[in-house]
Design a protein around this ligand. Sequence first.
Ligand SMILES: NC(=O)c1ccc[n+]([C@@H]2O[C@H](COP(=O)([O-])OP(=O)(O)OC[C@H]3O[C@@H](n4cnc5c(N)ncnc54)[C@H](O)[C@@H]3O)[C@@H](O)[C@H]2O)c1
Ligand SMILES: O=C(O)C(=O)C[C@@H](O)[C@H](O)[C@H](O)COP(=O)(O)O
Ligand SMILES: [Zn+2]
Length: 376
Amino acid sequence: MTSSATVPVSLGERSYDIVIEPGLLERLPGRLEHLDVRGKVGVVTDRHVKRHYAKQVIAALTKKRLEPVLIALPPGERTKTLTSVQSILDVLATHRFERSSWLLALGGGVVGDITGFAAAIYQRGIPFVQIPTTLVAQVDSSVGGKTGVDHRLGKNLIGAFYQPRAVWIDPMTLRTLPEREWIAGLAEVIKYGIIADEPFFSFLEREMPAIRVRQPDGVAAIIKRSCEIKASVVAADEREGDRRRILNYGHTIGHALEALGGYRSLIHGEAVGIGLFQEADLACYQGMCDRSTVQRIGDVVQDAGLSVDMPRWPSSRLWKAMLHDKKVSGGQVVGVWPEKIGQVRVAPLGRKVFERWYAERKDAPPQRVAAKASRK
Ligand SMILES: NC(=O)c1ccc[n+]([C@@H]2O[C@H](COP(=O)([O-])OP(=O)(O)OC[C@H]3O[C@@H](n4cnc5c(N)ncnc54)[C@H](O)[C@@H]3O)[C@@H](O)[C@H]2O)c1
Ligand SMILES: O=C(O)C(=O)C[C@@H](O)[C@H](O)[C@H](O)COP(=O)(O)O
Ligand SMILES: [Zn+2]
């Protein structure tokens, strides 16, 4: 990928651009000028990302005569806590950050979610920019303004909708991303095909071998299309009153599995990968889609290198964890269910149906290779 792309996120006075440009980090001074960033700038990152990219970002800020303050958190989901937010706020207050000061979120979804939340609440809101460096963050978390942290009882239970002023994506940063994190990000990419775009899903079915090994054109295509779909859903329903719930497909089970594992065993994308298949299987069990839809989802998830198998939690524990989902309404679990590839429906899930399915279900899609061949 050599050319750059811009995807607008249309939200009235909160509108902003997602800029996707290989080598963007090298041209950061120009970007900062374009956005008229001034004064103190807090660069929030984690210690892995700091090693690779912080020096370059700090140099760009210094070149523009800004006043950078680096804040490096421990990496990983277990950092996504109110304590981390508190530690950022302490630095901002100590350095006398003002309402006109900025934050840059340099890292994956964990850094982006925490930084966005700190930006939302420091002095009731200061501007921030997302500079995502994982696939999950470049295709999903940096866009749309869901910010926040986890609570002991559930994922993302504390947070705010707060939009960045810009999203600056440099796909070259993905070169240093560990393999496990790359594959995890593909779950969110596959999600977009299932919820909104059958041709994109077919493209993923065809091109997954090349995408899996990060072939640059494939990488460019999946980042751009994912951002376009996310931007259009967010523009239609910024605060998840209705349509935005479709972005949560795979997360009712996915988030529950992450939480049950204490955020140690499964990383976010891996849990979502399992959720994509298991929620499709549950949709089929409820008569909402046919078996071939489940099969296609299971195949592409596995072709991406992800598992579809659920860790064996007792159904009562899984159900209890699912009750912390933010789509729960009136005490009832609400899920996002595929009807066919490219189309999903939001509907409640009864406990009895869930338990019957859980007792009867099988993990992997059966005879995967044979079934794939018979579709051709
Ligand atoms: N706000 C949203 O809309 C939204 C959407 C999707 C996911 N999320 C959240 O995002 C989080 C997951 O994000 P994630 O998958 O990016 O995980 P992450 O932020 O934990 O990053 C994964 C790992 O990759 C490392 N890393 C990041 N960029 C790197 C790079 N370029 N080179 C080398 N190492 C690098 C990090 O240090 C970390 O160890 C979850 O908390 C999830 O809930 C939020
Ligand atoms: O942006 C959204 O809306 C999403 O649901 C995107 C999800 O991929 C993401 O994991 C999000 O953080 C989940 O939000 P939550 O409201 O279920 O915590
Ligand atoms: Zn997600």
